[in-house]
Design a protein around this ligand. Structure first.
Ligand code: ZN
Ligand code: ZN
Length: 148
């Protein structure tokens, strides 16, 4: 076990490097496995193949909603606001569902004259579904990033 900050050996189980005082596991200058010096931003140690700086990737947030699921719900069922219910955007979801129901009722009582209204929310949902898949919409209603 080597200090990733200064490259000096540290005892197994030590919390802080005795040479430089940096907490063990912090730093990106040296390989923790063999102590070899690492080039900046190296992901893998060239000397031993040990994964050097994998901790830099943000861990998946527990409870994150699936981007793929939300996008597909928007594309196929977006006319009823299903993707927004899924993501927690309840106000927008209720609006889409209400407009969808109103459009069905209006097109029925108008003998089909107002049937174009029935296309409003499916197109709206489709656009939002694509925006979710493209990453234009990338958080749920609580600001939690969507998982890939
Ligand atoms: Zn050190
Ligand atoms: Zn190494």
């Amino acid at each position: 076990m080597y200090c990733k900050n200064c490259g000096n050996p540290v005892e197994q189980g030590a919390a802080v490097c005795t040479s430089c005082g940096v907490p063990v596991g912090q730093g990106t200058n040296y390989c923790a496995n063999c102590g070899a010096q690492l080039p900046p931003e190296a992901a893998v140690c060239m000397s031993c193949g040990f994964a050097a700086n994998t901790v830099q990737k943000a861990p998946a947030v527990p409870g994150a909603k699936s981007k793929m699921a939300a996008g597909l719900l928007g594309i196929f069922l977006g006319g009823y606001g299903v993707h927004n219910f899924y993501l927690g955007y309840t106000g927008k979801a209720v609006a889409q569902l209400s407009i969808a129901i109103a459009a069905i009722v209006l097109s029925a009582i108008s003998c089909g004259i107002l049937i174009p209204l029935a296309f409003i929310t499916p197109i709206w949902g489709l656009v939002e579904g694509i925006m979710i898949l493209c990453g234009s919409i990338n958080t749920d209603a609580n600001g939690v990033p969507l998982a890939d």
